[in-house]
Design a protein around this ligand. Structure first.
Ligand SMILES: Cc1cc2nc3c(=O)[nH]c(=O)nc-3n(C[C@H](O)[C@H](O)[C@H](O)COP(=O)(O)OP(=O)(O)OC[C@H]3O[C@@H](n4cnc5c(N)ncnc54)[C@H](O)[C@@H]3O)c2cc1C
Length: 436
């Protein structure tokens, strides 16, 4: 093969022989939830992967903490679930919607889901990462993870123009990783996506963002096994009991551009602002709310024009980013991995590896993701409406909470149960003996 190295960002690509040379069936660039799940999903089919993640530790970051029931069932299938439990996974069955001035609006519940798991699971994002990596240990025959591995270039087969690997640096040394398929799980600013020339459509620009706070969970029954969404005049504030139930994550909706004002507030002012939005926080210690774990998150709704090109398959935020109110981003990433792994298995067994055969993944996932994004967007608009009118008339927006049919349908969607899996798509329904 005539292999050529091309830079995918501003950093230079290594030249000549690399210190490390890794080979596997699949090369995965980006080892957060999407990439790590991809390794597990492939291992289920006996397919090996090299996983390249630039971060060398597991920092405390504010990203998705809510794992929906369908995703939980994959973690069970891949043997990850016990690790998640050992890191303190916390079951959440219901969400209450409350307007601080109007009162209780209704409850959104998973309790009656016709599924093995009738709850979502909350685990702080760092512990989701840790659990995914701990669960790789017994699968090291198939999963070869490298943390601290910064990918700076793509390896392209000059004869076919297809991407067959990645190069970069790790601990001051160089590496080259080669495979039959390359997966881009390198997040919303994916350099691999840019490299293969896949465009991104900006579907909606939101006026708000989220200040993500973490405080000790107040000891009140209203937050036992349930979360609260306060809506209304000041916008959304969500109270999410975290793993083990000792801490609580608080995404706080604030106008874009106002983060400086919030950060400049005294502890007393901040407490007042929080209590106006979420009165139950009078029982909470908010003193450390703006401490080192606070973080501002810009919301974006973006969808890549394609998921597959030149042997590169996009998953997770490399392919899509959505409004976080219905907690779907991470769950979409995991289902991407579940479906793509089955498609790759099918390519290896039956169809051969080509963009055309890999596109079965795009055909199976892109429209479903678009629907999930529409639901998140419309729910996002309901939850985040703000201004005085929202206290007076805005509660009408929550009439869906009184309609059992609408609520059931929404619970099914949020749980992920309306999203076809690889099994629903019959991707692996072939007789291998007959094919051979
Ligand atoms: C505040 C917030 C709250 C959210 N809440 C929820 C929720 O409750 N539930 C939910 O389902 N989703 C939620 N989401 C969305 C969810 O967190 C993301 O969709 C999901 O974590 C994305 O995972 P990912 O692996 O695709 O991308 P990322 O987490 O962005 O990971 C990309 C990885 O690629 C690595 N990388 C990038 N470039 C390179 C390179 N050149 N070389 C090597 N490595 C590289 C990065 O270091 C990173 O680890 C939330 C998001 C945010 C920001």
């Amino acid at each position: 093969m005539d292999l050529k190295r091309h830079p995918i960002g501003r950093a230079a690509v290594p030249e000549g022989a690399c210190t490390h040379r890794w080979e596997a069936d699949v090369v995965i660039v980006g080892g957060a939830v999407a990439g790590a799940s991809m390794s597990h999903a492939l291992a289920e089919y006996g397919i090996s992967s090299v996983l390249l993640e630039r971060g060398d530790d597991f920092p405390e970051i504010n990203r998705g903490d809510a794992i929906q029931p369908l995703t939980w069932s994959f973690f069970e299938r891949w043997g990850v679930l016990p690790y998640m439990e050992s890191f303190g996974a916390y079951k959440l069955h219901e969400w209450d919607f409350i307007n601080p001035r109007v009162g209780y609006l209704g409850t959104w519940s998973f309790t009656d889901l016709p599924f093995k798991f009738n709850h979502s699971v909350i685990l702080r994002h760092r512990n989701i990462h840790r659990a995914l990596y701990a669960a790789m240990e017994p699968r090291r025959d198939l999963i070869d993870p490298h943390r601290g591995a910064m990918v700076t270039g793509a390896v392209v087969d000059g004869a076919t123009d297809r991407v067959v690997g990645a190069v970069g640096t790790i601990g001051g040394e160089t590496f080259e990783a080669l495979g039959k398929v390359v997966v881009a799980a390198d997040g919303p600013h994916s350099k691999l996506r840019e490299f293969v020339g896949i465009g991104v459509e900006q579907r909606y620009t939101y006026d708000e963002g989220y200040l993500m706070l973490t405080i000790p969970k107040p000891d009140v029954p209203e937050l036992d096994g349930r979360g609260i969404r306060y809506v209304g005049r000041h916008g959304l504030i969500v109270l999410i009991p975290l793993d083990g139930g000792e801490d609580m994550r608080i995404p706080l909706q604030i106008p874009k551009g106002s983060v400086g004002e919030w950060r400049a507030m005294s502890g007393g002012e901040l407490r007042h602002q929080l209590l106006v939005r979420a009165p139950i926080l009078e029982h909470a210690d908010t003193g450390a709310a703006l401490g080192k774990l606070s973080h501002f998150y810009n919301v974006a709704w973006q969808h890549s024009d394609a998921y597959v090109r030149n042997n590169v398959c996009l998953i997770g935020e490399a392919a899509h980013t959505i409004h976080p109110t219905t907690a779907q981003g991470m769950n979409m990433a995991v289902l991407d991995a579940e479906v793509l792994a089955a498609v790759i298995k099918r390519c290896f067994d039956v169809d051969g590896v080509s963009d055309e055969s890999l596109r079965r993944y795009e055909q199976g996932r892109r429209d479903t993701n678009a629907t999930v994004m529409e639901t998140s967007h419309s729910q996002g608009l309901h939850h985040t409406g703000s201004g005085l009118w929202h206290d007076i008339w805005g509660v009408r927006v929550y009439r869906w909470l009184e309609d059992e049919e609408t609520k059931r349908e929404l619970s099914m969607r949020i749980a992920g149960l309306r999203n076809p899996t690889s099994k629903d798509m019959n991707i692996l329904d072939y007789d291998l003996e007959a094919v051979r």
